[in-house]
Design a protein around this ligand. Structure first.
Ligand SMILES: O=C(O)C1=C[C@@H](OP(=O)(O)O)[C@@H](O)[C@H](O)C1
Ligand SMILES: C=C(OP(=O)(O)O)C(=O)O
Length: 429
């Protein structure tokens, strides 16, 4: 089958008939980047099978390579040889792109080297919150040079981090907690980390971090709320496989609803810490029939899309796609608890309100979310703000509304290279 080239702006395909499809999705960004970090810090060589190959994971592999490890990304299974060393006093640079996982997870690793590591990223990456990670490192006696407490900054490694007690306010990103936990076993005294601030967002992502550490033999006590105690010790090398990215399943599953068809995502795990697993409940509440069985997760459209009142604090990365579906719904919606997504790839609340309104949506931006009322949408250009999930929101709208043009659909390469081709392939069977 020949596929239309990906133009910019890109005409989002319209579903003129029910879409019946089964899709296999690439691996999870969050799991791939955690396992790459842990493999680089492990006590021997390891393998990350079915690693996600995407901009964020390529950047992570390059960052860990710059820091002295070896990551062989030539096949689907990535072999990692640890090599972060106190004796390594080279000055190196790390490009974080727009990846929160790279800009937050790698600085504590860099502190274990002997040399200086300079971090920078895309223009918008310089707006993303970083101060809590840099402040925590400084309170652990790591020297960090920065003018703004955001990117760019330089970690001046001394080859050792003593560790101990640290408090951070992670109310603007759970990644501050995950970042410190991932490297903590390699601190001389481990880490006694407290979150001290407003409610912690994206709790499943912190649970994912804890689960990944425990699977490598690390002792983590999370029995007290907002406190994690990590014992010092080795991080076991592993040969493991990455689950499909369930958050990237959102537009595919939603297509079943907007087209009145049926979409199955293969290899949906029966137990997972991925935020995307919440789609099962969210889409059922919005009117779908949802089945999880040996075939995978199947969402069947019933012909109706209902609005939803939902707190997405735990699963903020789903908000753009859920907002898009809610804009097509037959009743009002309220998406709550997601003030922190203003610090994601772009200010997602402002961006979603602007773009959905421009296509005729009836959307109000709230301090901590969005409220949406039923409206008749029309075609036009949907701007993506270099944000992969804005592009995913755009194609959900475009599947139901004629004439939606997606600006820079290739921004989806952050976590899903080739997304536009896979997406349009579903419409031409
Ligand atoms: O640790 C992770 O892999 C992530 C944590 C979450 O970040 P926030 O807590 O900043 O929302 C999530 O939104 C992001 O997509 C990935
Ligand atoms: C917030 C996201 O990414 P990042 O890992 O860059 O924070 C996301 O993927 O929705």
């Amino acid at each position: 089958m020949t596929r239309a080239p990906v133009t910019d702006p890109w005409p989002a395909p319209l579903a003129r008939a029910p879409i019946e499809a089964r899709v296999s999705l690439p691996g999870s960004k969050s799991l791939t980047n955690r396992e790459l970090v842990l493999s680089a810090l492990a006590d021997g060589p390891g393998v990350v099978r079915r690693a996600l190959r995407s901009r964020d994971t390529d950047l992570m592999a390059a960052a860990l390579t710059a820091l002295g490890s070896t990551v062989d990304t030539s096949g689907d299974d990535w072999a990692v040889t640890p090599g972060i060393s106190a004796d390594d006093d080279r000055e190196v640079a790390v490009d974080c792109g727009l990846a929160g996982t790279v800009m937050r997870f790698v600085p504590p690793v860099a502190a274990l080297r002997g040399g200086e590591t300079a971090f920078d990223g895309d223009p918008h990456a310089r707006n993303r919150p970083m101060a809590e990670v840099l402040g925590a490192l400084r309170s652990l006696w790591v020297t960090v040079r920065s003018e703004t407490d955001r990117l760019p900054f330089t970690v001046v490694g001394s080859g050792r981090v003593r560790g101990g007690r640290v408090a951070v306010d992670a109310s603007s990103s759970s990644q501050f907690v995950s970042a410190l936990l991932l490297t903590a076993p390699r601190f001389e005294e481990g880490l006694d980390l407290r979150h001290d601030g407003g409610e912690l967002p994206s709790v499943p992502h912190v649970e994912m971090t804890v689960e990944c550490l425990r699977a490598r033999g690390v002792d983590v006590d999370d029995s007290h709320p907002n406190r994690w105690v990590v014992s010092p010790g080795p991080i076991a090398a592993r040969d493991l496989a990455i689950e499909p990215d369930l958050s990237n399943a959102a537009p595919f599953l939603m297509l079943a609803m907007t087209s009145g068809g049926s979409v199955t995502v293969a290899d949906w795990p029966t137990a997972t810490t991925q935020a995307g697993d919440a789609l099962r409940d969210i889409l059922a509440r919005m009117g779908a029939e949802v089945t999880l069985d040996d075939a995978g997760l199947t969402v069947r459209g019933t012909g109706a899309v209902h609005g939803i009142d939902v707190d997405l604090h735990d699963v903020g990365e789903l908000a753009p796609a859920v907002a898009a579906l809610a804009a097509l719904a037959d009743s009002p919606s309220r998406l709550r608890g997601i003030a922190h997504i203003r610090g994601h790839e772009t200010d997602r609340l402002a961006a979603l309100a602007a773009e959905l309104t421009a296509l005729g949506g009836d959307v109000t931006e709230l301090d901590d979310g969005l409220s949406l009322r039923p409206a008749t949408l029309h075609g036009g250009t949907f701007h993506t703000y270099a944000d992969h999930r804005m592009a995913q929101a755009a194609v959900v709208i475009g599947s139901a509304v004629e004439g939606v043009l997606v600006e820079n659909v290739d921004t989806t390469a952050k976590t899903f290279p080739g997304f536009a081709g896979v997406w349009s392939g579903l419409f031409t069977r």
